[in-house]
Design a protein around this ligand. Structure first.
Ligand code: NDP
Length: 454
């Protein structure tokens, strides 16, 4: 795997895949050629976005779309609006998206895009103007059969609406060119819930297998408080688990009792986040909350609870360090599944995988990588595309049932692939190796069939 020192996040994502593919590459060296080719995006588009503030000043940001791989279908993957966005971050996200989309079993290629624009503190009008300026260029490169972006950090229903409207007016065309759309204009039911729900469905399968258990009474740490975290928390609560933490970029809220957040709390947090406010604003405004929770400024949740069953990182990349992973293992955590993309650092994955390998039956720590455990979001985006193509709309029950089946299949695929290719002697197979090998094989085979390597 060649080195790209100026793209550390991309290097990290690639190294993880490279290392976990070794058992396959040793058996079948011809795949080394395929890997070398897959590691380079088919196309990277980078552009200027000029927009105007409410006070009439000119602002400029960089826009991107990384069209990574289209062997399995149109490029598909979210748009991120966050000041930390750069080419390395979007290439890492796009690369993982390629394998993730393969794991959904749907016809989806992989891509990712966004801008270093910071939506925080911007007015609705500024967001709208930015979205229109961004789409003016992006519209030249996307299409229902070409590239279908979605939301990600900083891009929710409101932004998708502005972006879709901009495309429709600029092109005089109503087409399924984005997913995560509003329910009355092409959106799928369950898309907002899909990543969080899917994450929990995936962990349910892990629990069934590893401990013959379920979420009832489990102590669950969730980080983040955005789209993924909110719906993961709601599903955990629905299944009888206790959500003891949530966090945002300013700090963490930790429950003082064993019951944790209620559904009503999550509803209030959803409103707070729609108004782009912080957990600390919510906490400071109520003495009842101050008695139920403790706020830890600037801290992440992982070291703040002494007894833990499940950890669901759901905020952003590299949000669990090696030290924090050790603290989770020491607190008894048995299941770690990423809602976020590359939520765990390499050091953290090493800690969890070592704990899996060292464990005796029933004591193992089991880690699921985001490209498997968070694929529910893009999967329902794929279902949104299917509904758009047919100009019909499925019920929530139908979409939810399909989502659940996709997550079960994805889990089983990771499990079986690891069992088949990785003989590490542990009781539980490596889901990170299984996910990478299964995703890679599917994409590599499609590319070979299509004459992209031989
Ligand atoms: P949101 O923007 O809705 O929420 C992001 C949350 O993470 C917010 O609570 C935010 O805090 C926090 N956060 C963001 N950046 C940082 C940071 N640098 N440090 C600390 N906290 C941070 O995004 P999503 O919920 O959609 O995405 C969360 C993760 O899930 C991302 O990794 C994303 O790529 C991944 N994902 C999302 C999917 C989806 O369908 N939405 C699908 C698959 C993966 P604050 O509120 O203070 O900004």
């Amino acid at each position: 795997s060649h080195q790209v020192p100026n793209e550390p996040e991309f290097q990290q994502a690639r190294d993880e895949v490279y290392v976990t593919l070794q058992p396959l590459l040793e058996k079948k060296p011809e795949y080394k050629r395929a890997l070398e080719i897959i590691e380079i995006p088919e196309r990277v588009i980078q552009f200027r976005v000029v927009w105007e503030t409410d006070s009439g000043e000119v602002r400029v940001n960089t826009g991107y779309r990384v069209q990574f791989n289209s062997a399995l279908g149109p490029y598909k993957g979210g748009l991120r609006l966050h000041p930390t966005v750069n080419l390395s971050v979007l290439k890492f996200l796009g690369y993982e998206q390629v394998y993730k989309n393969a794991l959904t079993g749907l016809s989806l290629g992989g891509g990712k895009g966004g801008s270093d624009f910071d939506p925080k503190g911007k007015s609705d009008r500024e967001i709208r103007r930015f979205c229109m300026a961004f789409m003016r260029e992006l519209s030249k490169h996307i299409g229902a059969d070409k590239d279908v972006p979605a939301g990600d950090i900083g891009v929710g229903g409101r932004e998708i609406g502005y972006l879709f409207g901009a495309y429709r007016r600029q092109r005089n065309e109503f087409a399924g060119i984005l997913t995560g759309k509003g329910g009355d204009w092409g959106g799928s039911l369950i898309r907002p819930e899909a990543t969080g729900y899917g994450l929990v469905y995936y962990v349910e399968e892990m629990m069934k297998h590893a401990g013959n258990t379920d979420f009832t009474g489990k102590r669950v740490l969730v980080s983040g408080s955005g789209n993924v975290a909110q719906y993961a928390a709601l599903k955990v609560i629905e299944l009888g688990g206790f959500v003891l933490t949530l966090s945002d970029s300013k700090g963490s809220l930790v429950s003082n009792d064993s019951r944790g957040f209620t559904k009503a709390d999550i509803g209030a947090i959803a409103e707070l986040k729609l108004a782009r406010k912080y957990l600390i604003d919510w906490y400071n405004a109520s003495s009842e909350l101050q008695s139920r929770f403790t706020y830890h400024e600037g801290a992440r949740p992982w070291t703040l609870v002494q007894k833990v069953d499940v950890a669901l990182p759901s905020a952003t990349q590299n949000e669990v360090s090696g030290e924090e992973a050790k603290a989770l293992v020491a607190a008894g955590c048995k299941y770690v599944a990423e809602g976020s993309n590359m939520g765990c650092t390499k050091d953290a994955i090493d800690v969890f995988e070592a704990a899996r390998l060292a464990a005796k039956d029933g004591e193992a720590v089991w880690y699921a990588p985001g490209k498997a455990s968070n694929c529910g979001g893009v999967a329902v985006s794929g279902l949104e595309m299917a509904q758009n193509s047919q100009r019909i709309k499925w019920t929530s029950e139908e979409v939810d049932a399909r989502l659940k089946q996709i997550m079960i299949n994805c889990y089983q695929n990771c499990f079986d692939t690891a069992k088949l290719h990785v003989q590490d002697g542990a009781g539980l197979p490596s889901l990170v190796a299984g996910a990478n090998i299964a995703g890679f094989l599917k994409v590599a085979e499609a590319m070979r069939d299509q004459g992209e390597w031989w």
